[in-house]
Design a protein around this ligand. Structure first.
Ligand code: CP
Ligand code: NVA
Length: 299
């Protein structure tokens, strides 16, 4: 039976560990080492929102595995002219072996998942699971301990897709997650329930960096929220990740999925400083997603 990855919980921790082991192996191989792995396969990458990292890491990753990636960008596809997602899913599945999909509402994602081939969520309003799986890989690589032993905080817009996938990950992997955000910027109760009691909330930014090993943040206005940027900036002021916030956790590392808005959710010194793992985090998108594509198509 085909497997989809619509949320972090679609893989068990043991399955994620298998994907991470494959990613660790591939990271140290020459780029052309697995050119026959998915030879003859095609991977459709459907993007209804902008993307740099997700698009390029999946596209290059597919090519490095010998598969043919087909990018269907937001402009120019019939989806953007109103063709039903379900019809698109049916047709794309008859041409390709996997669909990678970046969209907005969960319902669109679920419609795409009616396809007969595996569907991977490449960001939606309610999550960015491949990013968070890659981030967990990066944390285990940086700290050399299993994620269940790591104390993570997410600071800023905790209602964002990134924060929601972190909440789901806390429930699946069983690690402690602290969310630090102003009132009105926390996930809805239904999303928090996925954290299975492993999530604590604070509205006090001075608590965000206390007793944690990893501090995550993301933009204050996600794609589609540009019109709310001024209001969001004023509500989230004080939640910038910076050295003052982190001084009680001298060894904490910092992650940001990128793109970053320096001076808003994170300052330049922290993004470029010794705590930052942001650039290896971005590189690991390639290794982990290559492993994920291979695992989904050959398990
Ligand atoms: N982090 C991330 O998904 O980046 P892109 O929007 O550039 O794909
Ligand atoms: N929360 C951000 C993540 C971008 C990778 C957004 O949805 O725009």
């Amino acid at each position: 039976m085909k497997r989809d990855l619509l949320g972090v919980g679609d893989l068990t921790p043991a399955e994620s560990a298998d994907v991470f082991a494959l990613a660790r192996a591939m990271k140290h191989e020459p780029k052309g080492a697995r050119l026959n792995a998915l030879a003859g396969r095609s991977i459709a990458i459907v993007l209804e929102k902008a993307s740099t990292r997700t698009r390029v890491s999946f596209e290059v990753g597919a090519a490095q595995l010998g598969a043919h990636p087909v990018v269907i960008p937001m402009q120019g596809s019939q989806l953007m002219r109103g063709e039903p997602v379900r019809d698109t899913a049916r047709v794309l599945a008859s041409y390709s072996d996997m669909i990678i999909y970046r969209t907005s509402e969960r319902t669109r994602l679920e419609e795409m998942a009616t396809a007969k081939v595996p569907v991977v969520n490449a960001l939606s309003d309610d999550g960015h699971p491949v990013q968070v799986l890659c981030d967990i890989f990066t944390i285990e690589e940086a700290l050399a301990v299993p994620i269940r032993q790591v104390r993570v905080s997410f600071v800023g817009d905790c209602a964002s897709n990134m924060a929601r996938s972190w909440v789901e990950a806390a429930g699946v992997f069983g690690f402690a997650l602290k969310l630090a955000a102003p009132e009105g910027y926390m996930p809805p109760a239904s999303a928090l329930a996925l954290g299975k009691g492993n999530v604590t909330l604070t509205h006090d930014p001075s608590e965000a960096g206390v007793d944690v090993d990893v501090v995550n943040t993301d933009v204050w206005a996600s794609m589609g929220q540009e019109d709310e940027a001024t209001e969001r900036f004023s509500a989230l002021t004080g939640f910038t990740v910076n050295e003052a916030m982190l001084r009680k956790s001298p060894s904490a590392i910092v992650l940001h999925c990128l793109p970053a808005h320096r001076g808003e959710e994170i300052d330049e010194e922290t993004l470029e400083g010794p705590r930052s793992r942001v650039w290896s985090q971005a590189e690991n998108r390639l290794h982990v997603q290559k492993a994920l594509m291979l695992w989904l198509l050959t398990r």
